[in-house]
Design a binder for this molecule. Structure first.
Ligand code: FE2
Length: 284
């Protein structure tokens, strides 16, 4: 360690919490090593400061450019990899992404997260159970769901959509059952109008994410699960721009004909698509 690096590290030595001190100390060492390794020029330093400044300036309540930056650099998936290997039966986790909004409406079992379908559009019924690693049902698990509309945009990004459109909170029933009505998600491009967009263009990388539905599932006594369900045969499954795809999260959907039973249970009066998926949480 160089003299300057040592001196800077020492200047933080009064931080009592050892974990916090370690995080900061290692960050300083890594940054100093990087600067020495690449022999960073003054211009490159200024460019980096400017890039990070622009990234911060692009953030607001419904836009998180720093999470997007972490995602396209693979840092989000690296953090995920280190932290989520608790139990082999557990449903794999993936990136949280920048489009989550808290405090969305609590909706009844089987109800829809859209208010109206487009003409000819079929609803997507997602059903299954929330269970623990021993496949015991989990009652009252909180299921937060969010996804894009057919135009590839989330509410909050798109002024045309009500803020709670294609978002909602559900609770699992006694046997862990859940049922949600949505629409098929589409592949979409992450926002390209900020510094992350400039970076991807510069690197000649594409902006696409394969179609997916986001879930955040929480239950007392269990680890939170943040994950997606990806749709089979999407052309971007092998080149997700945020590196988030894991094979067990890829699902297929069935086209189902109108059924009076389904109409009575879920108020679906047409043909519909169906996905069945069991989410497995690990115990704390
Ligand atoms: Fe997403």
């Amino acid at each position: 360690m160089g003299q300057l690096t040592q001196e800077v590290v020492r200047s933080f030595s009064k931080i009592e919490n050892t974990r916090q001190r370690l995080l900061l100390t290692r960050l300083i060492e890594s940054l100093h090593n990087y600067v020495k390794d690449v022999e960073l020029t003054q211009d490159e330093w200024a460019l980096t400061i400017d890039f990070l400044t622009q990234t911060g300036q692009k953030c607001h309540a419904q836009r998180q450019e720093f999470i997007l930056l972490s995602d396209v650099l693979g840092v989000s998936m690296l953090v995920d990899e280190i932290n989520h290997h608790k139990h082999e039966q557990q449903t794999p986790s993936t990136v949280f992404g920048p489009f989550y909004l808290p405090d969305m409406p609590v909706r009844d079992y089987g109800s829809a997260i859209f208010s109206l379908l487009d003409e000819g559009q079929l609803p997507l019924l997602i059903t299954g159970r929330i269970v623990d690693q021993d496949f015991n049902p989990i009652e009252n698990a909180k299921i937060d769901i969010w996804q894009t509309a057919h135009n590839g945009m989330y509410s909050g990004q798109d002024p045309e959509q009500a803020i709670d459109h294609l978002r909602g909170v559900f609770y699992s029933k006694e046997q862990g059952e859940y049922a949600i009505q949505s629409i098929l998600p589409v592949s979409y491009q992450i926002p390209s109008d900020g510094p992350v967009g400039t970076l991807l263009n510069f690197a000649e990388r594409h902006f696409w994410r394969p179609a997916h539905i986001h879930f955040k599932i929480q239950a007392a006594g269990h680890h939170d699960l943040v994950t997606h369900l990806f749709i089979e045969n999407d052309p971007y499954l092998s080149s997700d721009t945020v590196f988030g795809v894991k094979a067990p999260l890829i699902v297929n959907y069935q086209h189902c004909e109108y059924s009076p039973e389904i109409e009575e249970k879920f108020n679906i009066s047409s043909a519909y698509y169906h996905i069945e998926y069991q989410f497995v949480l690990s115990k704390e």
